[in-house]
Design a protein around this ligand. Structure first.
Ligand code: BG6
Length: 280
């Protein structure tokens, strides 16, 4: 685990999953939520922070034995670089390459690079290269968990009019009106064809969190509420009011296809999110 501690921000990032578990810009409370029940064990995902899901989202189609949300969050990544930028922010780069274990689950070659900048903003950048000679088709997620005062008192703007798959009622695409999203029960929605920034307004927490993104056409909003929390062993029964996931991703209709590279240059796709906090 890397511990970042600078005048501008503090943070933590694990080699396990290239997983950011903390970011706190100076003058603010911690922005990312972590479960007190998280495992920190080989072969299990960390609960909270920013899990990276790749190369599939949710269960793998046609393979119930494959790990949920892909293998990227279960693998040990390699630390490639740590840089102090001119403004004092710290950029950490980790990489993951296909190996025999990943090919057994997903028979493709790839190179993944996660670059995270811990500063007054948190910048998350995931780049996937197709290093094989066949097209690859994948989903990818920056599965960001945010800490909130009480999820029943927050609202999310930026998704007005966007279509979504309701994973709790998969009867077809839905849309909703212009009203900000509020959470009044278990919520698990995959919004598609949206590149908009979202704002998480938390008046009781005296802050607003803005999530801007590039290279991402889907957004998930998730809170497990009461029963699902109880069903997850690595999630405290009473922790759900303190979190909400607003995920930057490409999945479903927006999953990415990367052709093989001509010659020796790999074809790549980059998805990025920038998170900013303002005091209210
Ligand atoms: C969300 C999904 O992205 O992740 C939910 O939309 C899922 O359906 C949640 O429950 C957490 O997944 P996991 O595998 O980390 O428990």
């Amino acid at each position: 685990m890397l511990v970042i501690d600078t005048p501008a921000a503090s943070g933590r990032m694990y080699l396990h999953g290239a997983h950011v578990t903390a970011w706190r810009p100076a003058g603010h409370e911690p922005v990312l939520w972590m479960s007190g029940k998280s495992w920190y064990e080989t072969g299990k995902p960390i609960r909270g922070g920013v899990p990276i899901c790749f190369p599939w989202f949710g269960p793998k189609a046609g393979d119930a034995s494959a790990p949920a949300h892909g293998f990227a969050r279960l693998k040990n990544w390699t630390l490639a670089d740590v840089t102090r930028n001119a403004d004092g922010a710290i950029t950490v780069t980790m990489t993951l390459y296909a190996d025999d274990a990943t090919r057994a689950m997903w028979p493709h070659d790839f190179a993944a690079m996660m670059r995270v900048t811990f500063g007054p903003t948190l910048q998350l950048e995931l780049r996937i290269d197709n290093t094989g000679d066949q097209p690859i088709h994948f989903a990818e997620v920056l599965h960001t968990y945010f800490a909130v005062s009480d999820v029943r008192q927050v609202s999310v703007t930026g998704l007005a009019g966007a279509m979504y798959h309701d994973r709790l009622d998969p009867t077809g695409l839905k849309t909703r009106g212009d009203q900000p999203i509020t959470i009044t029960g278990e919520t698990d929605r995959l919004y598609i064809h949206t590149e908009s920034a979202c704002v998480l307004n938390d008046p009781a927490g005296h802050r607003a969190i803005t999530i801007r993104k590039t290279g991402s056409r889907s957004t998930v909003v998730w809170n497990p509420w009461v029963n699902k929390s109880k069903a997850m062993p690595d999630f405290g029964d009473d922790e759900w009011p303190g979190m909400i996931c607003i995920e930057t991703l490409n999945a479903g209709e927006n999953a990415v296809t990367l052709p093989p590279a001509p010659g020796t240059a790999a074809q790549s796709h980059t998805m990025a999110a920038t998170i900013e906090v303002k005091r209210l």
